[in-house]
Write a protein that binds this ligand. Sequence first.
Ligand code: IMP
Ligand code: MG
Length: 177
Amino acid sequence: MDKKATLGQVMISEEQLAQRIKELGKQISEDYKGEEILLIGILKGAVVFLSDLIRELTVDTKIDFMAVTSYGASTKSSGVVRILKDLDSGIEDLNVIIVEDIIDSGITLHYLRDYLMGRKPKSLKICTLLDKPERREADITPDYVGFEVENKFIVGYGLDCDQKYRNLPYITCLEGI
Ligand code: IMP
Ligand code: MG
């Protein structure tokens, strides 16, 4: 990364995040009323979002995590997806929701969706905090979206650049990269 990169202005504030996640939690709780769900958080970026989302859900909820990589230390997708950590348990006959931080090219989720569908869940949906539709290369449409964002490199609230900035409580972007 260019050493001159700096943090931009706040794009989505803590208050806006909290409000939207409350709405998402309500919507998911209504959609799955009377059912049990399994949230699969995609490490590491989705950790902050998942931990806030789960506390807005009123349905029985289990969690599991997967770690995948397609980026390395670069800010552009390599197009190659590799599983670094698989699920702890099977998902057969479960209502699964993949929880992701951001969908960019869609390559990661396209791969993950096919992979998880092969494990025969009862249902499979995608919930992403952020969506960058302008950059889409793979055919992926999320079922739940927190916010659409412009084609910038986003950091904060779990999202990183080279493992940095995940701890910012708001969403911003890097300028000068
Ligand atoms: P995709 O496969 O191109 O959709 O990329 C998905 C993954 O790349 C996300 O889960 C993020 O971890 C990472 N990513 C994509 N865009 C950004 C960004 O703007 N900031 C930080 N991470 C990003
Ligand atoms: Mg990610």
